[in-house]
Design a protein around this ligand. Structure first.
Ligand code: FAD
Length: 468
């Protein structure tokens, strides 16, 4: 691949003081989080090694035609993209600050909300521009991470890994080896392990079921009556994708703003409250008593956090109802900081810039440029955060949700301050908030019609500073 204009001309405008110490760091995963972690670690003076089990970088954005053999399970397949997927954020908002996600001659899809191939191209270009590919060991899966001590008594992390002969499901793992690192940064993604809706009577229900993790194209639903559970971005897209070929599509939604109820432009697509139960004759009954006889149910019900390479008894973190903890500010287990960290756990924000801030924080904490509170203080902060959630009546599954209105951008601003970096641009925040509001009101057209050209012009002016 030839370097694009953006790769050749993007400029690094930030300078950092020289590091106080340097570490050898294992990064697990080469998706957006792992790539930006590698970049930030290296420019802080550390020596990162990135382990990636797939045959290329990009993580989630590597579309995989193959789906899990079990349509409700993970089945060793990482990718959850469907063929028609376009970004749900506009590109100028979604990209890293100093490597703008703008259309250039290397683009395969120059639209403002491009298809997934364009995002993969962008991440690959990011990896080339910052010379990250030589840090990545492809087709190498981390299978174990353990604390270890060397002969001199220095603490470290033993990382065990296997090579994967073929990418994707069914590939063989072979030749386990291990190496010791000073630190580990976990960037393994959290959109690969399906979470399913609990439906009374589903055991006797005769239809087909699938999780959105395994959805690729609508063709198998031709002429069918399909129930979709969930109306987050994937549920919204998949219901419309399927409505193009199915007889009827019925979407079960937990809670929806009133304006959403009338927002279906498809004559064969209806919104319902959640499912009450399913029956042996194929009926699916909703909470308002309405019922349909359905051929298929598609669970667009999200994913679980999973760290199969961490032994539970090591007590590094535990996962409890979508809460990974204890973690100080979603990143550091207090008693092991800064030597193990997690990048990319939050959701409902402008994720690539968040990953970048988290990575800079980890890199700075490892080098001694950024001081962390004591383990006890960090633990107190975590406990206070959990109590605060409880007082507000928020469930544990909101722990890593940065989209909760009361704390919008609070976390991002806090991280910027810790890192000594500029706060996220005002235009990015406004475009993001306006975009989210548009999705609910105009799910059919929000990617192709907008009224924020003024902000867009401001964004392009700002981003142009990073491309000379
Ligand atoms: P991933 O991209 O999942 O990368 C994790 C990597 O770790 C993978 O390459 C995996 O192979 C590797 N890995 C895992 N375990 C191991 C192991 N044991 N050893 C070695 N390697 C391992 N975000 C947006 O900003 N805009 C959008 O429009 C958007 N749309 C989305 C649509 C869908 C359907 C999904 C699922 C997500 C979407 N996201 C979107 C969120 C997306 O997940 C993030 O943008 C981002 O790509 C996540 O990056 P990550 O590096 O954290 O995880």
């Amino acid at each position: 691949t030839h370097p694009t204009t953006r790769e050749q001309t993007s400029r690094d405008l930030e300078t950092f003081p020289p590091p106080m110490s340097s570490s050898r760091v294992a990064v697990i995963g080469a998706g957006a989080a792992g790539l930006v972690a590698a970049r930030e670690l290296r420019r802080e003076g550390h020596a990162p090694v990135v382990f990636e089990r797939a045959a290329g970088v990009g993580g989630t954005w590597r579309y995989d035609d193959a789906a899990s053999a079990d349509p409700l399970g993970a089945g060793g397949v990482h990718g959850s993209l469907y063929a028609s997927l376009r970004t749900n954020l506009p590109r100028e908002c979604m990209g890293f600050l100093d490597f703008p996600f703008v259309a250039d001659e290397g683009s395969v899809d120059p639209r403002r909300f491009p298809g997934h191939q364009e995002v993969l191209g962008y991440l690959e270009a990011f990896a080339r521009r910052f010379d990250l590919l030589r840090l990545v060991r492809l087709q190498t899966e981390v299978v174990g991470v353990r604390r270890s001590c060397d002969e001199a008594g220095a603490a470290g992390w033993s990382v065990s890994y296997c090579s994967r002969k073929l990418a994707g499901a069914g590939s063989d793992l072979e030749g386990e080896q291990s190496e010791v690192f000073d630190a580990v940064v976990v960037c393994n993604g959290h959109f690969a392990e399906p979470r399913l809706a609990d439906i009374a009577g589903i055991g006797g229900w005769p239809g087909k079921q699938m999780h959105s993790h395994s959805y690729r194209v609508p063709d198998p639903f031709h002429g069918q009556v399909v129930v979709i559970i969930g109306y987050n971005p994937s549920g919204m897209d998949i219901s419309r994708d399927i409505a193009g070929v199915a007889k009827e599509v019925h979407v079960a939604i937990r809670s929806a703003p009133a304006e959403m109820q009338s927002a279906t432009a498809h004559a064969n697509l209806w919104l319902h409250p959640m499912i009450e139960f399913a029956e042996e004759d194929g009926s699916v009954v909703f909470r308002d008593g309405s019922r349909v006889k359905a051929d298929a149910i598609v669970h667009c019900t999200g994913y679980k956090y999973r760290f199969p390479f961490l032994e539970e008894e090591d007590g590094i973190v535990s996962v409890d109802d979508a809460r990974v903890g204890p973690l100080y500010k979603h990143v550091f287990p207090p008693h092991l900081a800064p030597h193990i960290s997690f990048i990319g756990l939050p959701f409902k924000s402008i994720l690539f810039p968040v990953f970048r801030l988290q990575s800079n924080w980890v890199a700075g904490a490892l080098s001694g440029r950024i001081e962390l509170p004591s383990p006890e203080e960090m633990m107190l902060d975590v406990t206070a955060f959990y109590s605060n959630m409880e007082v507000r009546g928020w469930p544990k599954k909101f722990t890593h949700n940065l989209g909760v209105e009361a704390w919008t951008f609070e976390y991002e601003d806090w991280l910027s301050e810790q890192c000594g970096l500029k706060k996220m641009e005002e235009w990015r925040r406004v475009i993001y908030a306006a975009g989210r509001a548009r999705v609910s009101v105009r799910p059919e057209s929000y990617r192709d019609e907008w009224d924020d050209n003024q902000l867009l012009a401001q964004a392009h002016l700002d981003l142009s500073k990073y491309i000379s």
